[in-house]
Design a protein around this ligand. Sequence first.
Ligand SMILES: NC(=O)c1ccc[n+]([C@@H]2O[C@H](COP(=O)([O-])OP(=O)(O)OC[C@H]3O[C@@H](n4cnc5c(N)ncnc54)[C@H](O)[C@@H]3O)[C@@H](O)[C@H]2O)c1
Length: 351
Amino acid sequence: MNNPAKVVVIGPGLIAKGAHIPHYQKDPRTEVVAVSSHSMASAKEAAEETGVPGYYDDPVQMLEAEKPDLVSVCSPNASHFGDVMAALKAGCHVLCEKPPGVSPLEAVEMEQAAKASGKHLLYGFQNRFNPASIVLKRAVEAGELGFIYHVNVTAMRRRGIPSWGSYTDRAENGGGPLMDVGVHMIDLAMYLTGFPKPVEVMGVTHRRLGHKPGVGLLGAWDPKSFQVEDLATGLIRFENGMSMSIQTSYAANIGKDEHLNVELLGDRGGAETNPFILYQEKYGALFDAKPAYLDESFESDSHARQIRHFIDLVTGKAKPVNVPREGTAIQQIIEALYLSASSKQSVSLAE
Ligand SMILES: NC(=O)c1ccc[n+]([C@@H]2O[C@H](COP(=O)([O-])OP(=O)(O)OC[C@H]3O[C@@H](n4cnc5c(N)ncnc54)[C@H](O)[C@@H]3O)[C@@H](O)[C@H]2O)c1
């Protein structure tokens, strides 16, 4: 690309203003030309705050008028599907924030639309760019852990109920912590283990704290409009024999404000992502291995790295770190966990 690629952003809220817009603006290969929001007032305010020239209250109008090359979809979860489909139809490459829509049906349609359009659709699973994830992926691929037979996925918050946006609205968010923080760590676990096929899923959800007033570590949320679970847990059995246990919360009576971690148990070694450590048995002894030095290629800001990757991808300088089919697989797991929780029965995904 000789001229900077034109970027528009749909949903100019926290993540757009904190990560997407500034990282595009720092990269000479891209120029953010406009934002669109649900109201002209909020679009204008965000455009002025971020120094973006254009603003709209309709994403389709924006796509028609600005003819962008790239689109970041940062709108509330329930809008991801419509925004991604509109952006692909307009011939754009798309970076869509997690989750990949709010159901497997939506994820499948987005996957098919991306394939038909020939454009890239990348999901905002930036944890794959954390230094620990990069090193661990290499270690897993080199066979350091052997066969990974069990995974513990943790995305727990003590009182981390988001007080902004639509994170506690069932329809707008598609679910609670499972659809929000849980989806990140499930994605990371699936990525690190090579996306094995899930065959049986058991999930349980609880709402014990969110609907009552309490201390808010992410601001004061409204307990009266809290419609989602505050804790979800589950167990998944995979075709290759692996099992995965998941626990994720917005609020729980635990000792850490937030704990995001993927723990891999393999027959040659184990590992955790946060803090990053490898566990091995060698020479008749048990070892804990931690990286002593990570060079500058391990940029710690995973959002910055993700935006750079997206630009590299669309300029043909990189292969995608995630593909739409993986977003569909994640949504199938989440739907099965919710279905199992509501039916109080395990759900079979075997064909
Ligand atoms: N990858 C991450 O770590 C991460 C972190 C935070 C949020 N997110 C995701 O980003 C998305 C936005 O989250 P946020 O925290 O920035 O929320 P937010 O509420 O701060 O921002 C959402 C923005 O979208 C606008 N909006 C509302 N309805 C809209 C619509 N129908 N069409 C277009 N815009 C609309 C709002 O005015 C606001 O500007 C969510 O999908 C969330 O899951 C990802």
